[in-house]
Design a protein around this ligand. Structure first.
Ligand SMILES: [Zn+2]
Ligand SMILES: [Zn+2]
Length: 294
């Protein structure tokens, strides 16, 4: 439930100016306004499951963004019932939305693929059908070597840019110069993983494998592990197990039980840090930068 200083679950990812929202609990709209981001241009929304604490912020968000100029559609992904929820909210609340909403019911596997990234979807184990998501950047082209370009007699100008974009060019002596002759080794992309509302199971670490940042629920302290399993939720310690086994770089805990005051959340943090020191307790509107690896 929302508390005065703790709204419900939602994580916003900004990548190369594009915004992706994962879940949209009550209060998300308020936080977005407080952050003063150009959130009106959210590109896609990914919903884990149809429990109120993850979706009740959505109608408000759609209504708010209806007042802005927008020519691109808004993509929404989630369990099939999410489509009904959006449709009925629009109809019953007489929402006027002046842009297209494209809803796609999700299945496990690759959900979105562009030249730069993919969004993968995997199934969790909760009291309702529930999905987790990973945003995975593809490898980036290697670094451009000016030295090699000069050595290979490629004149400075449009040809340099073509090489940078993976296109072979002809040099001043009529020889074909391919990008691999000029660019360094390909550079790795980054990975963001979002999983919440599930009992713990070991394969979660495979889904989160090699994440630079992993958002995972840490709802309870470990003394309540049986309770957590029964309610199909996780302890913070179990989230840390996933992060450790996945070889993640950072774990961001989220989705805490309202039984813990802000001060008591330190118990959850301490338990998680026992086995995964790079753990943070997230708070509303906290932000992290995911640095490029090379
Ligand atoms: Zn739930
Ligand atoms: Zn929940």
């Amino acid at each position: 439930m929302p508390l005065p200083n703790r709204f419900l679950t939602s994580v916003l990812v900004r990548r190369e100016g594009q915004l992706f929202l994962f879940d949209c609990g009550e209060g998300t709209q308020v936080s977005l306004k407080m952050l003063n981001l150009s959130w009106k241009h959210i590109h896609s929304v990914f919903i884990s499951h149809m429990h109120a604490d993850h979706v009740t912020g959505l109608p408000g968000l759609l209504m708010l963004s209806s007042q802005v100029d927008r020519s691109e559609p808004l993509y929404i992904y989630g369990p099939s019932r999410l489509g009904e929820y959006i449709e009925s909210s629009r109809r019953i609340l007489d929402m006027y939305i002046n842009y297209e909403i494209i809803f796609t019911p999700v299945e496990e596997g690759v959900l979105v693929e562009t030249d730069e990234y993919t969004v993968n979807c995997f199934m969790l184990k909760h009291t309702k059908i529930c999905y987790g998501y990973s945003l995975v950047e593809k490898q980036r082209p290697g670094e451009f070597s000016v030295e090699k370009a000069i050595l290979n007699k490629v004149e400075k100008g449009p040809k340099w840019s073509l090489l940078q974009h993976g296109v072979a060019v002809e040099n001043s002596q009529g020889q074909i110069i391919t990008p691999d002759m000029i660019l360094g080794p390909k550079r790795s992309g980054r990975k963001f993983t979002y999983m919440t509302d599930s009992l713990y199971f070991p394969e979660m670490a495979d889904y989160a494998h090699d994440s630079d940042i992993l958002f995972c629920e840490g709802m309870f302290e470990h003394a309540l592990v049986d309770d957590a399993r029964e309610k199909k939720h996780m302890t913070a310690f179990q989230a840390a197990m996933v992060a450790r086994d996945a070889g993640a770089a950072k774990l961001c805990l989220q989705h805490y039980s309202p039984r813990y005051s802000d001060r008591e959340l330190k118990i959850l943090l301490a338990e998680a840090r026992e086995i995964f020191p790079e753990t943070v307790l997230t708070k509303d509107r906290m932000s992290f930068t995911i640095p490029l690896k090379d």
